[in-house]
Design a protein around this ligand. Structure first.
Ligand SMILES: [Mg+2]
Ligand SMILES: [Zn+2]
Length: 225
């Protein structure tokens, strides 16, 4: 098995991109968000427009990110996954700068745990003091995603492993449809329930860690995933 994990609101307690917009963007970001929620624009157009509304220096953003809290059980989950050689990747429609800053703050005691966790995400950069979003590949997917989580799940599973996804929000819906199994909470849970997507509800990484321990315990007795 192999895990792909959403970042905002899944590893972090709250959606950091939304927090960043609330704090540093002009109010028009909400109208852009509404267009995305209503399906009028894809997440790439949404994030580009919203990032253009953000006014913050790299230093101030880094300082703000020090206040972000992660799920307190995420570290334990990673340790358990790695102890069973279960690969874990982060797949995000947010920014690499944000993910790296938050994880470095949160993993000061266990920096080695992060060495084996690839991150697939967008990037924020500053040009002439203005923030702008940039995207990992030039070609838009069929959903017009900023960073297509479904494509990442498909393209990073050459051995045909049992792909498990964990997420919480609307930007996770295409990944949930692609994964063999999805751990879901929040808006993603409702989406999985309404669309008959194979899923397990969860509230923290403790639940997912316990699931691995149960499955691997069973596997040792003879039935493997
Ligand atoms: Mg999320
Ligand atoms: Zn997509």
């Amino acid at each position: 098995m192999k895990f792909f994990i959403d970042f905002d609101g899944t590893i972090t307690k709250n959606d950091v991109v939304d927090m960043m917009l609330e704090r540093f963007a002009s109010d028009e970001w909400r109208a852009v968000e509404k267009e995305w929620v209503e399906g009028k624009i894809g997440s790439r157009e949404c994030l580009s427009k919203q990032t253009a509304l953000v006014k913050v220096s790299q230093e101030d953003l880094r300082r703000f990110l020090k206040t972000i809290e992660i799920d307190p059980y995420f570290t334990g989950f990673l340790k358990t996954a790695q102890s069973f050689s279960v690969p874990v990747s982060i797949v995000s429609d947010g920014f690499r700068f944000v993910i790296d800053s938050v994880l470095q703050n949160s993993f000061q005691i266990f920096p080695d745990l992060l060495h084996h966790v690839p991150v697939f995400s967008n990037e924020i950069r500053w040009r002439n003091g203005k923030a702008e979003a940039s995207f990992p590949d030039g070609v838009l997917c069929e959903h017009a995603c900023a960073n297509c989580k479904a494509r990442i799940l498909r393209e990073n599973n050459p051995d045909g492993d049992f792909v498990i996804f964990a997420g919480d929000g609307l930007s996770d819906r295409f990944a949930a449809k692609t994964a063999a199994l999805t751990f879901a909470k929040g808006k993603l849970l409702k989406f999985c329930q309404e669309n008959q997507i194979e899923h397990i509800p969860y509230s923290s990484f403790k639940d997912i860690e316990n699931w691995i321990l149960t499955i691997k315990g069973t596997a040792i007795k003879g039935t493997a995933i």
